[in-house]
Design a protein around this ligand. Sequence first.
Ligand code: ASP
Ligand code: MG
Length: 411
Amino acid sequence: MALYVQKYGGTSVGSVERIQAVAKKVKGFKDQGHDIVVTVSAMSGETNRLIALAKEMQVVPSPREMDVLLATGEQVTIALMSMALEHQGLKVRSYTGSQVRILTDNSHGKARIEDIDVQKIRDDLDAGIVVVVAGFQGADQHDNITTLGRGGSDTTGVALAAALKADECQIYTDVDGVYTTDPRVVEGAQRLSEITFEEMLEMASLGSKILQIRAVEFAGKYKVPLRVLSSFKEGPGTLITIEDDDKVEKPVISGIAFNRDEAKLTIMGVPDIPGVASKILGPISQANIEVDMILQNVAEDQSTDFTFTVHRNDFDQAKAVLQRTAKQLQAREVKGDNKIAKVSIVGVGMRSHAGVATKMFDALASENINIQMISTSEIKVSVVLAEKYLELAVRSLHSAFELGRNDTISE
Ligand code: ASP
Ligand code: MG
């Protein structure tokens, strides 16, 4: 018999019928003799609705009260879920984050879990009770309610699984697993039966929105076996695992991630002297704008063009900041482009295979797609290109690396 922590996301609990369907599913697991801890998100749309309400009260809502408000979304779901489970004839008990004692730090809106007191949950499980815990929330040491950041119920699930040493943390969502790429872009995209934590982390940070990044980090750190499955469709889903060195047919590339929310800024003709990069990026980070890729090129006249990418939402603000810097540094010009996208190939097999990047560039060249920027890590290669080529690029890479259902498998 196993202990599973099952997390059901917003769409999986989005209506009365769906909550009832989840309750039936849980009953099935319980009937097989497993111990089940359920953690839930707010019903889909609810968190956004609450945020909108708060903004009608205060332009910048009080962080403490915002958390009091947002935590209600998940509190509604644990109560409804518990009622549905009781209706299935199960013994149930619901807990808010602070009741379990999910202890967090005090950074409202992005709190980090410091400790979970599992005694109550263990006692309940021993008594045959299904435990239902509100996702996304906890309390700080002074009992202030905190929330973990958008998508934070994934982290609750993983943290509970780690603290309880569960056999698996199962994330139930509206897709039936992690795919080689977004099936809406590539018809032949395949579900991966396994992916490593490292790859999943790259995929998540590079634009695949299935799991919250922090949850994957957490699971990797505490080695919590994590599985993504559909709450609507039966199937094994995708298991996120530790890299298996003995595995023979390790794919070179596991997936292709992409992100349209990108924008690029260039400051041209700045002097090539120490301190310039920090003078350019300092004010950007002071404005709380995150920088992704950075590129610097020295021209023959010893002046530098400096390019970096930011989230598209930050484009206007970043450009204004950069224009001020340009005046101070007497730069020639500031240019910007917010119609770019980033496409990345990800795979741990890259470590042991040469020529992966070249193959990527060849595939893009054969479609006449211009690469504007490149960045690499041990297990990924990312390129920036014009947004209009995004789909074409993803499709051609998917087939170049033979990731599709109909592509032949080769070494
Ligand atoms: N309800 C929260 C959100 O919408 C947390 C979650 O769904 O994981 O971000
Ligand atoms: Mg979610």
